[in-house]
Design a protein around this ligand. Structure first.
Ligand SMILES: [Zn+2]
Length: 114
């Protein structure tokens, strides 16, 4: 995560490369240049220090809030999207399967009346 921090920051705040930024945007741009200055293999601690929190160097599941090694990003309509851990994904799949089963049972019951 830390390695891609500068690139990810640019994606998150694309306006930082524009001229005529607002003051807030210039703050973001300042952070971007600091991230770039760290080089290709930045220390995650330094990245966290520059950004001010650890959300860019650790994965946190948006669903359960746990730190985890792997999250899957689920984006809808170009939004930033939710980052979901494997446990939460599995729980979602289990729930979906149960709903599907109920739905199928419901259809069979309806069909038997014909
Ligand atoms: Zn989770």
């Amino acid at each position: 995560m830390a390695k891609r921090a500068a690139a990810a920051w640019r994606v998150q705040y694309p306006y930082i490369l524009m001229k005529n930024c607002t003051e807030e945007q210039e703050d973001k741009r300042e952070i971007y240049y600091q991230l770039v200055d760290l080089g290709k293999n930045p220390d995650p601690e330094e990245v966290s220090d520059i950004i001010g929190n650890r959300s860019w160097t650790v994965c946190v599941c948006d669903e359960c809030g746990q730190e985890t090694k792997v999250v899957v990003s689920i984006a809808a309509g170009g939004a930033a999207g939710s980052r979901i851990c494997v446990e939460c994904l599995q729980r979602a799949i289990r729930t979906a399967k149960e709903l599907l089963k109920k739905e199928q049972r419901g259809n069979e019951a309806a069909g038997s009346h014909k």
